[in-house]
Write a protein of this length. Sequence first.
Lengths: 291, 355
Amino acid sequence: MTQVLATTVVVASLYALLAAGYVLVYRATRVLNLAQGDMMTLGGYFLFLVATSVPGQPVRAIAGAAALSALSGFLIYRLLMRPMAGHPIFAAVLVTVTLGILLRAAIVLVYTDRIRHPLGLLGLANPARPLIGGAVVSTFDLFTVGAAAALFAALFLFLRFSPLGIQMRAAGEKPLLASQRGINFHLVFALSWALAGFAGALAGSLYASNVRLDPSLGVLGLKAFAVALVGGLDSLGGVIPGALIVALVEVLSVRYGDPLLADVSPFLCLLAMLLVRPWGLFGTKEELERV
Amino acid sequence: MARGGGYFKTTYAADLALVDTRLRRRALAAFVVALLVLPRVASPFILDLVAQTALAAIGALALNLLTGLAGQVSLGHAGFIAAGAFTTGVLIENGVRSPLVALPAAAVVGAVLGIVVGIPALRLKGLYLALGTLALHHVVLYACAEFQNHWGANTGVSIPPPAIGPWVLKGAVAWYYTLTLAAALVLALSVNLRRSRAGRAWMAIRDREIAAESVGIDVARYKVLAFVWSSAITAVAGGLFAYHRAFVSVEAFGFFLAVEYIAMIIIGGLGSALGAVLGAAFVTLLPHGLDALVAGLRLSGGAAYYLFPLKFGAFGLLMAVFLLFEPQGLVGIWRRVRNWFALWPLRYRPLRSAS
């Protein structure tokens, strides 16, 4: 029982990191970034890249990977998404689909599709840790939970108190009004993409260190997207309960049902949510009319 | 061809004709003759490529009905294809081998699935609808995977060639004729649907839903109808796919297949039947074209290894290029070229007098 709870929290943390990327981009630009999963993979490969050049220095490797990912998020906005301003939203969403394809192709071209384990390059081990109550998790599981908690705390403080964060919220609520008041919303949008890249890199590096790294990690992104919708696409706070619900359903269905159900249970949550409350647990209701 | 002249239709029959000018009739006749003659001159490989294109065109035409005409975005098209293919597989596994039963059964399953998706879809718009169909795709795939596991055939199920009585459909030439004919039928169906009451209602809903409702279109009914037509045709395409590949496996129907079909109608040109066919040809032939290119360049060493990611990347890049720079697709290019010739030496259409 405690094992179920522990696993749920760990899985939920990973989903929350990924879903934070969806929500940040969606709040700012109303675009659903279907490439978030592949941006996570990219983050994992950035870690691998930095770790091969500076082996044995985990802090610098992770910082380098996160910086590269944030930069790539910014570039993605500047090169691909900004030209789509004014086009139908769905066209922009399709551009993110093609972005995912391009990222995956680029990764396979450079690194082939071999499974890799950057953990050894970092010079770290990943021993199992028993918790109170008899549950066992790995060290990087704990790091994942810690990273998710830290990211959400930092995002909360940033959006609530810093001027740039307030500008981000304003631009997300009413872009026209915000730009009238002198907010440079292209900067704000670019920042959202950069933050989404950062969150993806965090998820990617942790998952790569904890489990493995291969070019098809992106499928996790589709599942995390159920998390964002259950919590409400425009609600950062909703991500946490959303992640916990989806992760719990997934863990329970693997434990008591059929392992095949694991891949589909997030989508069942998504469908149930769409039928009952399409705007999610904490989302804004008008959202549905705006798209 | 529009020559900037008047509207010279004097009878209802002329107005109803699908192919209305002499030039178009001749072009169509030449195209049909070319398709009929092709098996005599082309290699089985080429015939197979055309057959694959025709099969893809059926799916693309069906998706075009839903997304291009009715404006309902679907990311779950691969799910409908899987449903059709697996219906065929299940029937064959239970001893029903005739395609005359299997394909209509696939159509019925597709239509029912269309109702199942279409009714909840009434509440959802745009992005949320896309998400709903994406989720449904995964649910359908899960059902298929469960089924596949219960068969005890973990990798998939092989399908015998379709047989009607003593006649068995096999060989590249037979498949070529069958699939081209099927695609031609679906093309005629979709062109006619477009100009029927349903098609006009779909386009009205796509352009402005509230306006459509206010002129008396039953929006709910026609949206569900769009899902039913689209998914029924797609499921038939899935059944044909199963017979053609002679093998059904869940792995063939991933999210990427849905993306491929969306790419077809985007690259071809949204809302146009010609565009769907052109896009299907483009997306189907692109990897083979790249293969030929690489073979022609005679690159040595590990070049073959990079071929797969290159093809994958080229596909993504082309889709992005069309989305960013040519949202009208191949049909848009074709229309510009045609207008350029039709209007030459002028650049713009003359301003119409009131008529």
